[in-house]
Design a protein around this ligand. Structure first.
Ligand code: GAR
Length: 198
């Protein structure tokens, strides 16, 4: 199953995907909505086509997403990974890939959706944080949960230290979910994801 990976920044999750054996999944293209981000260089080093579709160049969210869809369709992409992609997708884009878009988010959802989740966890004073990989719907980080891993929040943690601990887990979890999705091991009953548990 051919995947497109959408990125916006550093691309450490993309790197984890590039380094993993994803079969029967394969990454056909990487698309960044921001120019010159490190994720693009990671894809190029791995020999994976990487392009920029700059959301600022489009008058509307829909026009941006149409351009992304054209690029994905041109490469026969059937499923999408959001790997640090910091844009909310519209319902009509999501409907083009039903249960075929996954996102990784650095919190135990439904706690702390949106930006800077590790900072939100520290500011709130939680003792446990973690990572969630979930199907994407039109809500902000609100789709059906596929897998979660918890990590402790330690007293000396700053945002960077906590995020690094979370990322060690998400770099392991995300490739595994992509493999399972491509293998047809994941399905949904309402918002309950059925499949082998992590
Ligand atoms: C990741 O930790 C990912 O979970 C988070 O952004 C980081 C991107 O890192 N995503 C979100 O917060 C989405 N709401 P990366 O570019 O190094 O993969």
């Amino acid at each position: 199953m051919k995947f497109g990976v959408l990125v916006s920044g550093a691309g450490t999750n993309l790197q984890a995907l590039l380094d993993a054996d994803l079969a029967p999944a394969a990454i056909a293209i990487v698309i960044s909505n921001r120019p010159s981000v490190p994720a693009l260089a990671r894809a190029e080093r791995a020999g994976v086509p990487a392009i920029v579709v700059d959301h600022k160049a489009f008058p509307t969210r829909e026009a941006f997403e149409d351009a992304v869809h054209v690029e994905l369709a041109a490469r026969g992409v059937e499923a999408i990974v959001l790997a640090g992609f910091m844009r909310v997708l519209t319902a009509s884009f999501v409907a083009r890939y039903p249960l075929r878009i996954v996102n990784t988010h650095p919190s135990l959802l439904p706690a702390f959706p949106g930006v800077d989740a590790p900072a939100q966890a520290i500011a709130y004073g939680t003792k446990v944080a973690g990572v969630t990989v979930h199907f994407v719907d039109a809500s902000l980080d609100g789709g059906p949960i596929i897998a979660q891993v918890a990590v402790p929040v330690l007293p000396a943690d700053d945002t960077r230290a906590l995020h690094a601990r979370i990322q060690r887990e998400e770099h392991r979890l995300l490739p595994d979910v992509v493999r399972r999705l491509a293998a047809g091991e994941l399905s949904c009953e309402g918002r309950i994801v059925v499949g082998r548990a992590e």
